[in-house]
Design a protein around this ligand. Structure first.
Ligand SMILES: [Cu+2]
Length: 148
C-alpha cells in the first residue's frame, strides 16, 4: 500500500520533470511560424551609404529574424550595441556557421548575408550605424525602435 503510493509520487515527480523540460526546450524562438522576418540591406548596388530600410520597429518579447545582406561593392557593419544589450540573441547564422551568444556588431563583406535571431527585451529607441570611418557621417545610420 505504502509502496504503491510512493511509486505514484515518484511517477508524478518524473512526469512533472519531463513536462518542465519539454516546456523549456520549446522556447518561443524555436516555435516556427511565430517569428517575424525583417530584411535590411546594408548599402545599395550603386554604392550608396545607407541602410534600407533605416527605421526598424520590433515588439518587446517577440522573436525576430533580422535578415541582413550587403548588395554594395564595399564592406559594411551593422552596429547596434545598445539594441544588442537589451535583446536576447539566440544565434547568428552566416554561411554554414551558427554563432551563439552576445553579439554587438556584424561585419558583412560585399555580397554577404547573415541572419540574426533575437528577442528584443526592453522598449526604447536605439541607434544603428555602420562603424566604418565616414559611413555614418555620410548617412549610414538608422534607428531601431522596440515597442512595448
Ligand atoms: Cu558602411
Amino acid at each position: 500500500m505504502l509502496t504503491s503510493r510512493f511509486f505514484r509520487y515518484l511517477l508524478a515527480f518524473f512526469l512533472s520533470m519531463f513536462i518542465g523540460w519539454a516546456i523549456l526546450s520549446v522556447s518561443p524562438v524555436l516555435a516556427a511560424g511565430t517569428m517575424t522576418e525583417i530584411h535590411v540591406s546594408m548599402g545599395t548596388v550603386s554604392g550608396e551609404l545607407k541602410f534600407v530600410p533605416n527605421h526598424l520597429e520590433l515588439i518587446t518579447g517577440k522573436p525576430y529574424r533580422l535578415v541582413l545582406d550587403n548588395p554594395s561593392p564595399i564592406k559594411h557593419y551593422f552596429t547596434a550595441k545598445d539594441f544588442a544589450d537589451v535583446s536576447w540573441t539566440q544565434k547568428v547564422e552566416a554561411g554554414n556557421v551558427e554563432i551563439k551568444g552576445a553579439i554587438h556588431e556584424l561585419e558583412l563583406k560585399p555580397g554577404a548575408k547573415a541572419q540574426w535571431v533575437l528577442v528584443p527585451m526592453k522598449p526604447g529607441t536605439y541607434e544603428l550605424y555602420c562603424s566604418i570611418a565616414g559611413h555614418a557621417k555620410a548617412g549610414m545610420t538608422g534607428e531601431i525602435v522596440i515597442l512595448p
